[in-house]
Design a protein around this ligand. Sequence first.
Ligand code: NAD
Length: 371
Amino acid sequence: MIETVSVPLPGREYNIRVGQGLIASAGAEIAPLLRRKKVAVVTDENVGAIHLETLRAGLESEGITMTALTLPAGESTKSWPHFTRTVEWLLSEQVERRDVVVALGGGVIGDLVGFAASVLRRGVRFVQIPTSLLAQVDSSVGGKTGINTSHGKNLVGAFHQPSLVLADTDALGTLTQRDFLAGYGEVIKYGLLGDANFFEWLEENATKMAAGDVDARIYAVKRSVEMKAEIVLRDETEQGDRALLNLGHTFCHAFEAATGYSDRLLHGEGVAIGCALAFELSSRLGLCPQEDPSRLRQHLREMGTKVDLADIPGELPDADKLLDLMGQDKKVVDGQLRFILARGIGQAFVTSDVPRDMVRTLLQEALDARR
Ligand SMILES: NC(=O)c1ccc[n+]([C@@H]2O[C@H](COP(=O)([O-])OP(=O)(O)OC[C@H]3O[C@@H](n4cnc5c(N)ncnc54)[C@H](O)[C@@H]3O)[C@@H](O)[C@H]2O)c1
């Protein structure tokens, strides 16, 4: 069964299709968008080796020819050199203003290729075929695209909505267990920020979803993108509510910076740890029930993902340095740290009203627990 979630942004409407076999049937899905039967596909080495030929066959079955660029896998590909290479390659393939570019891969490829499409000939359309859990539930939807620079993550980019998203849940079957669980950090975030029923559903079903249950995977991806689409519709360019999607991220970005954006900590792992800390902070501020942080931590433990700072291998800086790193987050406004806190599971809100000492103590205790 294929589910469809619509993103009805005026003038830039698109569908997110969720289900099995969507890479193999991509030709039929993409054909209505094409003015000529040719697409340029960008992927990474890991995904390309497994899924590119299925995509080629799926396109060919509808008479669509495909050229492909395969980039190295990993966060360091979201950089100026690979961005330049991608744009130059698209130009050398004579991609025209009315053509469609396809991003086949995880969040790294989606962000990079979306940004390339946003500037190529002042903007060409692009299709996201997200292959990681994180990309299916989060990065492929909503139009944030970009690259990292020496100054930090995602500091250069554009809002550029895709014309179609094809989330083929079969692709999740070839992810490593660690990458799958990292993506789960973003799934649980949706339950925590706005849907207590979804959180409960995940408590009951996420283990079988991780083990490969197809219906559970389709439901989890669909419910996540529904929630993301609702928030993006309310606030496309993050003037308000879209910041809720950053639950756990102020902490996460500091930990990612502290670990050098290395594989000591994957983004979604940092989000899970950050969500646990955001709920602990909410509880200490008397905002949410005391049992909520432990309920969340217990669930994350059952899933086998990272939960605490103690789960990050190697050295970490002290609490003051971590606080400084949190202050470098690009969501800081007028020097004020912004947090997403919660009045309970499913009830997140944005605030700058958090005593710095309290955050410092929380971080210090989390660091002490590593010893
Ligand atoms: N644009 C947004 O709104 C948004 C939101 C969240 C995260 N992001 C960005 O997303 C990026 C992280 O995305 P990610 O976790 O997908 O990372 P990623 O793209 O690096 O993918 C993770 C790893 O999984 C591999 N992989 C992907 N799909 C696979 C498959 N089906 N089978 C086998 N291997 C597969 C990749 O090659 C890579 O090694 C970060 O750069 C983050 O900033 C963007």
